[in-house]
Design a protein around this ligand. Structure first.
Ligand code: ZN
Length: 610
């Protein structure tokens, strides 16, 4: 009998086993117990991640650990804190147990949240990593809060069950620590919806104050969207089941991708009303569908096709890569593109979304000084830590990255005479970096996309040399030739015909009866007049500025008119002469009348069902 364990052999203990209990929901406290069967010699170290993959900022989750103690066989074991997120237990010969509490009151998708209504956590916020044992199997026992109040609570997670029933409390398993922290957990009385896409069961768990809405329509639309993406990369999907953990609130928006689930936040108003089925989907609902599409596309692009810097992640510090424009930017391109390709958005709606992105990128001076490759690398300290100077210094690797994807797609289609597209490049990256290494989710060899290999991979997939345009568009700050590329698909970039209006060339922020400059555009009118972010506007030409009257005051002037601005900087009054600038009219993308047949066909291939 080779290759199998002898029968009757004592059951081996699980190397790392957690138990997590919402111990005091009103105080937002989870209690976590971790049992390490064979702690490493010399003293086991444990640490909480400094960041969560998908959100590129050091968040120091360990700051929410409020009490921690260790023991072995009921004897106390001393714990020494080595740095802000690492503890070292004294050496012990037998199993080690560490017990701690985690304060969970972060409403975002990135951390943990607990009250008497529900509990949500990412493993990165609650599970101490047993250093050196990360690759061993992990187990977690999910417990409900005590008391009758919570008897209806259920569990939504894609962690594989060991003895827990589906949607129930009990024991779940993970191949390793990386898997453990990549399946967030929702517990409470969520509303559960189910649908199949390409034969894969999907669920939506809605939590929060859920309005009356057309849940069946969302199920049907998501089924179409998910099936299209699975089909795009090729069956089978890289997960056995998928769950959308969806928190509904007044004004929520956001998402964080995981290998078989995503944590989403949406506003109530974005969910479609019952009886709204006729006609086009609303802008708000399309925003929700775009978010879903974005996070779902990440299941392939970033969760499995990864930059080399993330294979594997170093959870203790920043992981630098210049490629977030590929992983976030391309995902931002495909999210809305899938809406039009599946017919969820009309072509006109899609082109309006593209036009808005073009305007958003064009309005930031940062695009002239920072490339999206630099923005990717510095995400940790710039894009994720925005301030009043961000529009002048930082370009979004999401937004400009999506426009670079658009340009690359149209460029490859043109250069290959319609034989290839960015789709071919994505599928090639999936075969090379994704499917090969992640079939069956086994923890196998991992290989990420190296910084310098992107253009060569695209060339291999499409036969088109993109090295020069990638250098200029992604690693340089050249303006993108969107108008020229649109011509090839029978589209033209137009400006709204509205009369240009006068502008301070600054973003305003209002609070109560006050109007302040939130950001001042480098090289614009307010900058030239010496005004600064934070200045409180008092009067224009002697007339008092109030938030409701601001637009009417400015509307009396034309671009180029000189005005006198009175403003407080801190508590000092200052008066400045200012020559008004011009607001930029909104972009419109329109079909070229009498476009060549070839261009119209190329557009159909690009935006059609593929
Ligand atoms: Zn993303």
């Amino acid at each position: 009998m080779t290759g199998s364990l002898p029968r009757g052999h004592a059951k081996l203990p699980v190397p790392v086993r957690y138990r997590i209990t919402p111990v005091d929901p009103a105080a937002h406290l989870f209690e976590v117990v971790v049992d390490i069967a064979e702690p490493l010699a010399g003293g086991q170290q444990l640490a909480l991640p400094a960041w969560i993959p998908g959100s590129y900022m050091i968040r120091e989750f360990a700051r929410h650990i409020v009490a921690i103690a260790a023991e072995s066989e009921r004897q106390a074991v001393s714990l020494t804190k080595l740095d802000k997120h690492t503890w070292q237990a004294a050496h012990c010969d037998r199993s080690l147990r560490v017990t701690y509490r985690v304060y969970a009151w972060d409403p975002s998708v990135r951390a943990a949240h607990l009250d008497d209504g529900h509990g949500f956590f990412n493993g990165t916020s609650v599970f101490l990593r047993a250093i050196g044992l990360e690759d061993r199997p992990h187990e977690v026992d999910l417990r409900p809060p005590a008391g009758r109040t919570y008897r209806d609570w259920r569990v939504a997670t894609t962690l594989p069950e060991k003895d827990a029933p589906r949607h129930g409390f009990g024991t779940y398993v993970a191949d390793d620590y990386d898997a453990l922290i990549d399946h967030p957990v929702e517990m409470g009385t969520f509303r559960l919806e189910r649908f199949d896409a390409a034969g894969v069961p999907h669920e939506i768990a809605y939590t929060g104050a859920i309005p009356h809405f057309d849940a069946a329509r969302v199920d049907a639309d998501l089924a179409v969207l998910c099936a299209a993406q699975i089909d795009f990369f090729g069956s089978p999907a890289p997960f056995d089941r998928y769950v959308f953990l969806t928190a509904v609130s007044g004004d929520g928006y956001g998402g964080l991708e995981h290998r078989a689930s995503t944590a989403l936040q949406t506003s109530r108003d974005a969910l479609p009303a019952v009886g709204e089925r006729d006609g086009e989907r609303s802008t708000g609902y399309l925003t929700f569908l775009g978010l879903v599409s974005h996070e779902y596309f990440h299941s392939w692009n970033v969760k499995r096709i990864k930059p080399a810097a993330f294979a594997p992640y170093d959870l203790s510090r920043e992981n630098y890569t210049s490629l977030l424009w590929v992983f976030e930017g391309f995902t931002s391109y495909y999210d809305d593109l899938f809406l039009v390709r599946t017919g969820l958005a009309t072509e006109a709606q899609y082109l309006a979304m593209l036009a808005k992105t073009i305007d958003d990128v064009a309005s930031g001076v940062g695009r002239t000084t920072q490339s999206i490759a630099e923005s990717s690398f510095d995400a940790w300290v710039k894009y994720y830590r925005q301030d009043e100077n961000t529009p002048n210094a930082v370009v979004s690797y999401y937004k400009k990255g999506s426009l670079v994807a658009l340009c690359l797609d149209l460029y490859i289609r043109e250069q290959s005479r319609g034989r290839a597209s960015l789709d071919h490049a994505m599928r090639h990256l999936w075969e090379r970096y994704g499917r090969r290494f992640y079939a069956g989710e086994r923890r196998a060899q991992r290989q990420g996309l190296a910084e310098q290999d992107f253009a060569a991979e695209v060339a291999e997939a499409t036969g088109v040399d993109v090295s020069d345009v990638v250098a200029r568009w992604a690693y340089g700050t050249d303006e993108l030739p969107i108008a020229a590329l649109f011509e090839r698909v029978g589209l033209a970039v137009d400006r709204d015909a509205a009369k240009p209006a006068a502008s301070l060339d600054a973003k305003l922020a209002t609070a109560g009866n006050e109007t302040r400059l939130a950001t001042v555009t480098l090289g614009g009118a307010a900058h030239a007049a010496g005004l600064a972010a934070g200045d409180l506007l008092v009067a224009i030409d002697g007339l008092r500025v109030t938030p409701p009257r601001m637009a009417a005051l400015l509307a009396r002037y034309r671009p180029g008119d000189a005005v006198t601005i009175a403003a407080f900087r801190n508590d000092v009054l200052t008066t400045r002469k200012l020559t008004l600038g011009t607001t930029v009219a909104a972009t419109r993308i329109v079909a070229t009348p009498k476009a060549a047949r070839r261009a119209v066909d190329a557009r159909r291939r690009w935006l059609g069902p593929g």
